[in-house]
Each structure stands twice: as C-alpha cells, then as structure tokens.
Design a protein around this ligand. Structure first.
Ligand SMILES: [Zn+2]
Length: 465
C-alpha cells in the first residue's frame, strides 16, 4: 500500500479502489460507480445531515433533473456562472427539442419558479426545504473520485425569509448545523468568506467550510450562501405584507456533497488503510473468530453479534476459516472498521472478548456481560481519538505567516494579512501559486496586507482541489 504522507494522491486513489468505495472503470470520467461499502458510508453521512435539518423544520423535497434554458436564464449572474459547466439535452428520441433542457448543475432554477407560486403571505415563511440528489457539472479538469466529479451526490437546502435579518439568522443556524455534522465526521475546518469573484453565482456572499488534506491542498467541504433578494427579484418570489404591499423574500442555501466522504477518507486514514469515524462506518464493530480444534466458537460469537445489533451497533461477524486471523485483521483494518472483537477458544472459556481499536492503543479484555455497554463507550473513544489526531494535523497545516518571503514554502491553509484587492491576491497567486480562499470568518483584527502593506484582515490562501 502507498505511503499516505509522501504520496497522498496515489494512496487516495488506491484506497478508494481496494476498500470497495467506488469503481472508477466506468467509461465516462468523473461519473463514479458507488460500490456497496462506499454507498453505505455515504448514506450514513446523508443520515447525519438529514437528522440535523429535519430537527430544524426543513422539509425534504425532490425536484426534476431537467430545467429549461429559460428557467436557467432568469438570473443573469447565475446562468453566466454555470455556462461552461452545463450538460444540455437537445434531442428527445429522433426529435430535435424546441426548448433545450439542462441537467441541473444546482437547483435554484428548478425550484424558484415554484417558490413564486408557493409563497403568498407571511404564513408561508420561512420556507425551508432540502433535497439530496445528483447534479451534473461538465468538469474539464482532471477528475478525482469524490473530489472533482461530473455527477455530484448533492445535498442542497434552500430557504426563503420575510427579511434579510431573518435570512442572516438562517446563516447562523447553518453554521450550527455544520458544527454538529463536522463533529460526527470528526473533521476540523475553518470558515472563509470567498472573495467576490469566487462567490456562488448570484449570491451576495458565500461562506465556505475549508479543510486540508495530508498532501497540503485545501478542500472545500461545504458552502452556505446569502442571496438576499438577488434571486427573488428575478424569479418574482414575494409575499403580501400586512400593509397591503408586496415584498421580495430574502433567500439562503447550504450545499454539501460526497466531498465529505473524501475528507473522511483523506484526513483519518493511515498507511494501513481507512479509518472511519464510528458515525460514518458501515461496520462499527467486526467480530472475527479464531478457529479452534477443540471447540466451536461460532455460537458464542453469533450470540454477541445478535446482542450488539440489538443495542443498535452496526456489527458484522467474520467466520471465514479459509483465511488466517491475521489476514482477516488486516482486511478489516484496511476497510477502516473502528473496533475489532476477537473470539477464540481463550475468550469463550474465559467468558470474555478481546477488543482492539483501529486508532491503536492496547488490546483490551471485556467481560461477556459488559459487551453492549462497553462497545458504545469504546466507539466514543475512537471518535475522540480521531478528532484529536485530525485537529493536530489541521493545526500543523494552518499557520499564520507575516511576509511573502515566509510564505514561499508554506503548506496547507496559509493565513496572512490581505487588503482584499484582486491585484494583491493575483500577486500572491503569481508568485506562490496560492489561491485566495478569502477572509477568515471571525478574524476581525486589523492586519497589514503582505503585498501592498495597506490595512487589511487575516485571509487564507492555499493550493486547492
Ligand atoms: Zn494589498
């Protein structure tokens, strides 16, 4: 297996393949086949997202994949921003279509015409919906599984509010939701406000959640957007106020994708393979039997499997006797299962189980009677270890620099003073090949621009995926 730190890119491609997450051999690049193990992990991530938005009164919907050219063209900045990425459907059977249709690159254009029919009065607001669907973007750069793709597994939440202030409160709530999701995924991140030239097409502003992978490149793993009335004015989404006048709604969106899985794979893995956070792991605990000549250990293991399942643990039993225990241990380690329970003759006769955690540490003996209490505690411990490790890695790869000179060999998320001008960020890009991720959200202290010396604030620069 490739060395993760030295050859991250190769390690990533290899693990995605051998762990059974995705099969890249599909004839269209950037459209990956989700394998059962990878899909289960993604579904667990989706469930974490759903739980978080459902509990805050978001309603799940499902919109059509096709949108007409007219729908897409309503908001000028929006259509311009996506013009190089849209797949067009121009024929139905043998008929040339009168109206060209796009495969949604995102769903504003599909949804907002309907919003204008749904929103009538205060009673209809705030409107909060979301969907988890495929969106399509014609990606011309080198594609990479879960990171740069053409068919994207996309979570998109859309809201409409009676005032800009209420939409701003929604932006705050998104950050709270994101904090919960990233906690479950054990992912460190920072929030950066994208420069105007890099914000979502049509948005007033965009906040992005940025993390960093072991190779030192940053990865945008989520975005939230404040639209204000930019879309509602064009799509005519307004409500009747008490004084009889109409007012355009303010809108926001929140987007996530399988990049979350990419971050989980890249940030937590090691040279032995994947390490899944327990909340994401398709299998949280695998029971491996060690065959014995004098005793059938399977019934004992089976009873433990049943008990773990009943306790809500995603557990699995590996009784294959055509492989050595060592081989099976390696395989489950490669697949990133957080806990391994070993059961052989010693365990059965001692009425216990030997447990080892994928994050290391000593193997432990657990009394048979304590299983369904101990395993959830040990899973929590694994999650805690993963967070601590990921945070340490993040700290090393997100440092502040005081001059261009110092930034020359910088890796990861590079924090430095910036005045906000395009000229200065172009200068940094030209000299150092570091792109501007924008001002770091929450860093309000004044800081001189490392290029022009004028007053500015802390911004973040990086090579990014
Ligand atoms: Zn400057």
């Amino acid at each position: 297996m490739e060395n993760r730190k030295e050859n991250f890119s190769e390690w990533y491609n290899e693990i995605v393949d051998i762990a059974g997450l995705s099969d890249k051999r599909y004839p269209i690049k950037g459209m990956n086949v989700w394998m059962p193990y990878g899909l289960k992990a993604m579904q667990n991530i989706d469930r974490i997202i759903r739980t978080n938005v459902d509990s805050r009164d978001f309603q799940e919907v499902s919109f059509p994949v096709l949108i007409t050219r007219d729908q897409l063209s309503v908001e000028f900045e929006h259509v311009k921003g996506f013009e190089n990425e849209v797949y067009w459907v121009t024929r139905g059977g043998m008929d040339q279509l009168d109206v060209e249709m796009a495969l949604r690159p995102t769903s504003e254009a599909a949804m907002y015409g309907m919003f204008s029919l749904w929103v009538r009065s205060h009673a209809d607001l705030p409107l909060r919906i979301y969907q988890i669907v495929s969106v399509y973007r014609y990606e011309t750069k080198h594609t990479r599984t879960f990171i740069r793709i053409r068919e994207i597994h996309f979570f998109e939440a859309h809201t409409a509010h009676d005032s800009y202030d209420d939409a701003e409160r929604q932006m705050d709530q998104y950050r709270e939701i994101w904090k919960n999701i990233s906690h479950e995924l054990c992912l460190p991140y920072m929030i950066d406000q994208r420069p105007d030239w890099d914000k979502f097409p049509g948005a007033r502003y965009t906040l992005a959640f940025d993390t960093v992978l072991p190779g030192g490149r940053s990865l945008q793993i989520g975005t939230i957007h404040q639209y204000g009335t930019n879309f509602s004015k064009n799509y005519d989404i307004k409500y009747l106020k008490d004084d009889g006048t109409h007012e355009y709604v303010s809108q926001t969106t929140f987007g996530l994708s399988e990049r979350l899985l990419a971050a989980v794979v890249g940030i937590h893995g090691d040279d032995q393979g994947l390490i899944f956070p327990p909340a994401v792991a398709p299998i949280q605990a695998v029971i491996v039997t060690i065959p014995s000549k004098s005793l059938d250990v399977v019934p004992y293991a089976q009873a433990i499997l049943d008990e773990l399942k009943a306790a809500g643990i995603r557990a699995s039993l590996d009784t294959r006797d055509n492989y050595t225990p060592g081989f099976k241990y390696n395989e489950w380690e490669m697949k990133g299962v957080p806990l391994r329970l070993e059961i052989g003759e010693k365990e059965v006769s001692g009425n216990r189980v030997t447990v080892s955690a994928r994050t290391g540490g000593r193997r432990r003996q657990i009394d048979r009677g304590d299983i369904s209490r101990s395993v959830p505690e040990l899973l929590e411990e694994v999650a805690g270890n993963l967070r601590a490790r990921a945070d340490e890695h993040f700290r090393k790869l997100s440092r502040k620099y005081d001059s261009i000179e110092e930034m020359k060999n910088a890796q990861g998320l590079v924090l430095a003073g910036w005045c906000g001008s395009r000229d200065c960020s172009d200068a940094i890009e030209g000299k150092l090949e570091l792109g501007a991720l924008g001002f770091n959200h929450g860093s309000e202290a004044s800081e001189k621009c490392v290029v022009c010396g004028k007053d500015g604030k802390i911004a973040v620069f990086s090579r990014s995926y």
